[in-house]
Design a protein around this ligand. Structure first.
Ligand code: GLN
Length: 479
């Protein structure tokens, strides 16, 4: 294999080559930066790149690592981090003008754990402003294009991370998923995206959008790589009171476990909003799975039609509260004015883009006196019903299979003027977010106009291992 093609391999394959001393850490970084040079102009996956530092770190590893038998599987692996996750002394812009000059004073816990494992952080990736979006068109730093076809959106909001993985501009990436932002771009770019159970991975150092939904998750080429990253970043963190104190095993992939699983197919997901070509791909996969798993069962998630409205009420309410801190005083942009109120107004008015302002306004309205019970209160009650749907379903099945997105990727510019249509991209991803459940998107074998479809698997809370086993089995089925 040509050394310049190394970046196309999975993390696991690179690790093996490093261990066998077939390649150097330097070769891997060199190959990744070659891909970045070839693609980045067209795709714009990154907001910042740390080229020189990355080469130095690789050289350092080449000089210092002596014991290759105990090499951590992530040592020397080039990583991209979404730009709403803090990396010490690096910009953390959230794709927003209001934080365009904000440098993080500390590492997010997930980043710290990756660094402890020896990864090389090569850059910070583009995103929809404050992770609000499904297409990666709202960043202050410009849109991201889909590497499979640059006329199309990469999906959002972790579109930079998914695009970087898709064009081999890194080997592992972190994204964040509040209502689907790891899974949707993974689906659109033809890669793997895993949203862990809420509480599995610390949110410390993840700049908050909607705190009761936000999760950090890996975006990778393979299911096994996602398992490796999750094993490294998961686990209790005293800095995040919502991180769960449960032992974390090394997540592995055991595709043979599929024979013990009952797969549930929720009838509500295969209705009129779903592109028939995607339906066909998912149904074909279910038929193939049926021959290898214990059973396939129709299930019902009766409150599915309320998920988008519930998600929008909750995420905007939480966003309006979380984003109140950007006022020109503590972080980032400040438009200087003699009058304090005018300074706030100008800073927020010029610092935030249209989608972020829309969500702050909606959320403030939903939380205001007289409307609080009707909007936010009702949404919380429906959220509990959505969670109960899953509790019920998981009495009769182990894994739920659905499409990740209702449509294939759309063209850049196609939906940006119509937020309601844009919100429908999250039709199938928001329910697992509201219920706090682990969910993965893996690319299908069959393609629609060159784009694979995303297959989503949802598991019980903290059953990432089962989700990974099943996803790995499907990946092997497709191979
Ligand atoms: N696309 C969804 C939204 O616009 C989800 C965003 C996310 O998961 N960060 O809110």
């Amino acid at each position: 294999m040509n050394k310049s093609d190394l970046a196309r391999l999975s993390i696991a394959a690179i690790h093996q080559k490093l261990k066998n001393k077939e390649i150097k850490f330097f070769d891997v970084i060199e190959s990744v930066f070659q891909q970045i040079k070839n693609n980045e102009k067209k795709i714009s996956a990154y907001i910042s790149l740390f080229e020189q530092e990355s080469f130095e770190q690789a050289q350092q590893l080449d000089q210092t690592v002596k014991d290759f038998s105990n090499l951590h599987p992530l040592t020397g692996i080039p990583f991209a981090i979404k730009d709403n996750i803090c990396v010490k002394d690096k910009l953390a812009t959230c794709g927003s003008r209001i934080l365009h000059n904000f440098n993080s004073p500390y590492d997010a816990t997930a980043v710290q754990r990756l660094k402890d494992a020896g990864v090389i952080i090569i850059g910070k990736t583009n995103l929809d402003e404050f992770a609000m979006g499904s297409s990666n068109e709202t960043s202050y730093f410009g849109k991201v294009a889909n590497p499979l076809n640059p006329e199309y959106v990469p999906g959002g909001s972790s579109g930079g991370s998914a695009a970087a993985i898709a064009y081999s501009g890194c080997l592992g990436a972190l994204g964040t998923d509040t209502g689907g932002s790891v899974r949707l771009p993974a689906a659109f770019c033809g890669v793997v995206g895993l949203k862990p159970t809420y509480g599995r991975v610390s949110r410390y150092g993840l700049i908050a959008f909607a705190s009761s939904l936000d999760c950090i998750g890996p975006i990778t080429k393979t299911v096994q790589d996602a398992a490796l990253i999750l094993s490294t970043i998961a686990g209790h963190d005293p800095y995040d009171a919502t991180s769960v104190n449960m032992p974390v095993n090394q997540f592995l992939c055991n595709p043979d476990a599929l024979k013990d699983y009952t797969i549930g197919v929720p009838q509500e997901y295969f209705t009129k909003g779903l592109d028939p070509r995607i339906a066909q791909i998912v149904e074909k996969t279910i038929a193939e799975l049926g021959k290898k798993c214990k059973a396939v069962k129709q299930i019902s998630l009766p409150h599915t039609s309320y998920t988008i409205a519930t998600y929008q009420l909750i995420c905007t309410a939480e966003a309006s509260s979380n984003l109140a801190r950007y006022d020109g005083v503590k972080y980032g942009l400040r438009i200087t004015k003699d009058d304090l109120i005018e300074m706030y107004e100008q800073t927020r008015g010029q610092g935030f883009g249209a989608e972020v302002k829309r969500r702050i306004l909606l959320g403030t309205y939903g939380l205001s006196k007289g409307y609080y019970d009707e909007y936010y209160g009702t949404a919380q009650k429906v959220r509990a019903l959505i969670k109960q749907d899953f509790d019920q379903a998981f009495k009769t099945c182990d894994i739920i299979i659905t499409p990740t997105a209702p449509t294939p990727p759309f063209k850049l510019g196609e939906k940006i003027a119509d937020p309601l249509t844009m919100y429908l991209s999250d039709l199938f991803t928001t329910s697992a977010s509201l219920a706090g459940l682990p969910a993965i998107s893996i690319p299908s074998r069959d393609k629609i106009n060159g784009f694979p479809a995303g297959i989503q698997l949802i598991g019980r809370a903290f059953a990432e291992q089962e989700v990974l086993n099943c996803a790995d089995a499907i990946e092997k089925l497709y191979a």
